[in-house]
Ligand binder design. Sequence first.
Ligand SMILES: C[S@@+](CC[C@H](N)C(=O)[O-])C[C@H]1O[C@@H](n2cnc3c(N)ncnc32)[C@H](O)[C@@H]1O
Length: 225
Amino acid sequence: MIPLNQRLKNVSKYIIGDLLADIGSDHAYLPIFAIENNLTKQAIAGEVIKGPFEASQRSVAEHQLGKVIDIRLGDGLSVLEDSNNVTTVTICGMGGPLIAKILNEGQFKLNNKPRLVLQSNVQSSAIRKLLPNLGYTITNEEIFEEKGHIYEIIVADFSEHPGTMTEQALKFGPVLLLNKNEYFYKKWQHEKDALLKIKSNLNEQQHATRLDEINKEINLINEVL
Ligand SMILES: C[S@@+](CC[C@H](N)C(=O)[O-])C[C@H]1O[C@@H](n2cnc3c(N)ncnc32)[C@H](O)[C@@H]1O
């Protein structure tokens, strides 16, 4: 059995169906774990860079899973074919804007309406903003800490009527807001402290616009702390 860090184990809880596509798979650890733990039957591991693609090939060979994990070199969702009935897409370990870009550019590859499990390091709001445009609703979220880093997971499922989100929900997460845990408070207190530090170095005359933006951000954060 492959050992997996807690971050990707948390992601793996949300995998559904028989075909996982893990985009930006690096060493293909998540697909290997998912198959070995019967969370799915088959997987596609997509990678855009040759080094991590070859690392995926090596790990899959070591675990003798070449028959059920297909490793593909290519950009984002372009590695998926229309005939692939993907049931879950995972995109993990990247910033929110890059995950949103991959989804937006490859949206026509989501024809099977797979569940999306997206684990971002920063700026998850970019993902939340995009999801309703793709017909997806956020059905679950998690925030947690591992080795001093705070991570978020967004789970989204296709919906005929994806609702709209308030500015607050887009920034902080509609599900995370309902059940604020210690990591939620830690993350946003840290963001607020960083903004206050930037603010103290700005000059009211020279940086009026930036100061307005920062004050707006701080007010939004104050509302949830
Ligand atoms: C930081 S690693 C994360 C690996 C793994 N998903 C995890 O969470 O541990 C990000 C990986 O995504 C890959 N990547 C970045 N942009 C990509 C894209 N547009 N399409 C496919 N893979 C991409 C990178 O090459 C890198 O291997």
